[in-house]
Write a protein that binds this ligand. Structure first.
Ligand SMILES: Cc1cc2nc3c(=O)[nH]c(=O)nc-3n(C[C@H](O)[C@H](O)[C@H](O)COP(=O)(O)OP(=O)(O)OC[C@H]3O[C@@H](n4cnc5c(N)ncnc54)[C@H](O)[C@@H]3O)c2cc1C
Length: 404
C-alpha cells in the first residue's frame, strides 16, 4: 500500500575491516548460519562473512528446497534429525518468515527389495527419534492418486513417508540468517572474493581478497561447490569433485501436489511451489564442472523420469531451468572439521543434500570453530575418514560421486 517505498536494507552493506577474530569464506546458507550461531550460541561477533558474489547467488538460492531427515547410518541420523528440529524453530529463532512447510516427503518403492530397504531405513529413523511411515500401494494411491499406478513402466508398490519433511523457501533462509547475524554485529561483505589464504609456520593469518588482505585468527571455509578451489589456496587437496546439478520449474498450475514425491526407480523428485509451478530435479550432470549451467543430456533424463512417473505432466511447459555447482564427496557425506593448518576449518562435501543440512551445519561448524572440538552431532564428519577408511557411505555405492 506504500507503493514499495519505505523498505530498509535487511543487513548493512559494509566494506571489510582490516582484521577479525573469525572470517567465514562463502556467504551461502552454511556460511551465514555459521555466523549466526557463532554470535548467538558462542557470543563471538567479531566475525565477517566474505562472499564473492551476492547473498543467495550460490546453491542456497538454486536448490529445490527439500528438507528431511530420512537417513540410515548412525553418523548421519542424529545430525539430520537435529537439522530438522532446528528448521522447526527457525522462524522464531531468526524472526524471519522462511516459509517452512512440513508437507511431507514420500519416497516411492517399486520392488520387494526396495520395500525391505525402506523398512530398514524407517526403523533406523524411528530409533534416532525421526518420524517414518511405511505405506503400501493403496495408501500411496490415496495420497497421490495422480501417479501412474495402472500402466507404469516401474509399478509403484508403496512408499516411505516422512511427514515432518517438506520444503523451505530457500533464499529466505539466506536472507533471514544474514539479517539475524548482522543484527548481532557480524559483518556481511558481498562482492569480496577470497583469492588466497595467508599461512605462516602452519597457522592461518588471514585471507587475500579482491578488496585487500583481511587478517583473522580463525578462518572457516564454507564455499560449497568451490570448496576444492578455495582449499587449494591453503595447499589442501580435498576428496571432493564438483558437478553441476540442474533444476526445473514448470508454468504455474492449480494446486496439484501437496507433498514432495521422489521416484524410486530413478533419480527424480517433484513438488509444487506456492506460486503453482512444479519444481523438479534429478541427477547431476556426469562430468566435472564449475559452471553454473548444465547440459541437455541431464534435462532429457530428468524429464523422461518425470514422464515415467506422472505421464500427465507431459502437457506442461518448462518455464525455467538452472544449475548449481555441487561439492560431491567420495562417500556422499559431508565434512565439518579442523584442517591440518592451525586456525583453518572446513565445511564441505554436501553433495545433493546440503540445503536441508543448513541449520545443523551452521550449528556444528560454529561449535567446531569456537571450541576447536567436533560437535557430537557432526563427530563422524571428519576429514581423515578418507585416510582411515571410516567412510559414511549412505548409498553403499563406494567412491563414485557421480553415482551418489
Ligand atoms: C539444483 C539444485 C537442487 C538442490 N536441491 C536440494 C534439495 O532439495 N535439498 C537439499 O537439501 N539440498 C539441495 N541442493 C544442495 C544444496 O543447495 C547445497 O548443498 C547447499 O546449498 C550448499 O551450501 P551453501 O548454501 O552454503 O552453498 P552456496 O549457497 O553455494 O554458498 C557457497 C558460497 O561460497 C561463495 N564462494 C565460493 N568461492 C568463494 C571465494 N573464493 N570467496 C568468497 N566466496 C566464495 C559462493 O559464491 C557461494 O555464495 C540442491 C542444489 C542444487 C544446485
Amino acid at each position: 500500500m506504500r507503493n514499495q517505498s519505505g523498505w530498509t536494507p535487511a543487513w548493512r552493506d559494509v566494506a571489510p575491516r582490516d582484521a577479525y577474530d573469525i572470517v567465514i569464506v562463502g556467504g551461502g546458507g552454511h556460511g551465514l548460519a555459521t555466523a549466526h550461531y557463532l554470535a548467538k550460541m558462542h557470543g563471538l561477533t567479531n566475525v565477517a562473512v566474505l562472499e564473492k558474489g551476492y547473498i543467495g547467488s550460490g546453491n542456497v538460492g538454486r536448490n529445490t528446497t527439500i528438507i528431511r531427515s530420512n537417513y540410515l547410518l548412525p553418523g548421519n541420523t542424529p545430525f539430520y534429525e537435529w537439522s530438522l528440529k532446528l528448521w522447526e524453530g527457525l522462524e522464531q529463532d531468526i524472526n524471519y518468515n522462511a516459509m517452512v512447510s512440513q508437507r511431507g516427503v514420500l519416497n516411492l518403492y517399486h520392488s520387494d527389495a526396495q520395500r525391505d530397504a525402506y523398512a530398514r531405513r524407517g526403523n533406523a529413523m524411528r530409533i534416532a527419534g525421526a518420524d517414518a511411515e511405511l505405506l503400501d500401494r493403496d495408501a500411496v494411491r490415496k495420497m497421490v492418486p495422480y501417479l501412474d499406478f495402472d500402466n507404469a513402466r516401474f509399478p509403484v508398490r508403496g512408499g516411505l513417508l516422512q511427514r515432518r519433511g517438506g520444503t523451505v523457501r530457500h533464499d529466505a533462509v539466506a536472507w533471514g540468517y544474514a539479517r539475524a547475524a548482522d543484527q548481532r554485529g557480524v559483518d556481511i561483505v558481498q562482492n569480496c572474493e577470497v583469492t588466497g589464504i595467508r599461512i605462516e609456520q602452519g597457522r592461518v593469518l588471514g585471507v587475500e581478497t579482491t578488496r585487500g588482505f583481511v587478517a583473522a585468527k580463525k578462518v572457516g571455509l564454507a564455499a560449497a561447490g568451490n570448496s576444492s578451489r578455495v582449499a587449494a589456496m591453503a595447499g589442501l587437496r580435498l576428496p571432493i569433485e564438483s558437478h553441476v546439478l540442474q533444476a526445473f520449474v514448470s508454468e504455474g498450475i492449480k494446486p496439484l501436489i501437496d507433498t514432495v514425491v521422489t521416484f524410486g526407480a530413478g533419480h527424480f523428485y517433484i513438488s509444487q511451489s506456492d506460486k503453482g509451478g512444479l519444481v523438479l530435479g534429478g541427477d547431476i550432470d556426469g562430468y566435472n564442472s564449475y559452471a553454473q549451467r548444465g547440459n541437455l543430456g541431464a534435462v532429457e533424463h530428468v524429464l523422461e523420469e518425470g514422464m515415467a512417473l506422472m505421464p500427465m505432466i507431459g502437457r506442461l511447459r518448462v518455464l525455467r531451468s538452472w544449475g548449481g555447482v555441487m561439492d560431491m564427496s567420495m562417500d556422499g557425506s559431508p565434512i565439518i572439521d579442523r584442517t591440518p593448518v592451525a586456525g583453518l576449518y572446513l565445511n564441505a562435501g554436501w553433495c545433493y543434500g546440503g540445503f536441508k543440512a543448513t541449520p545443523a551445519s551452521g550449528w556444528c561448524f560454529a561449535h567446531t570453530i569456537a571450541t576447536d572440538e567436533p560437535h557430537p552431532f557432526s563427530a563422524a564428519y571428519r576429514l581423515d575418514r578418507f585416510a582411515t577408511g571410516r567412510l559414511i557411505d549412505e548409498k553403499g555405492q563406494g567412491a563414485q560421486p557421480n553415482l551418489q
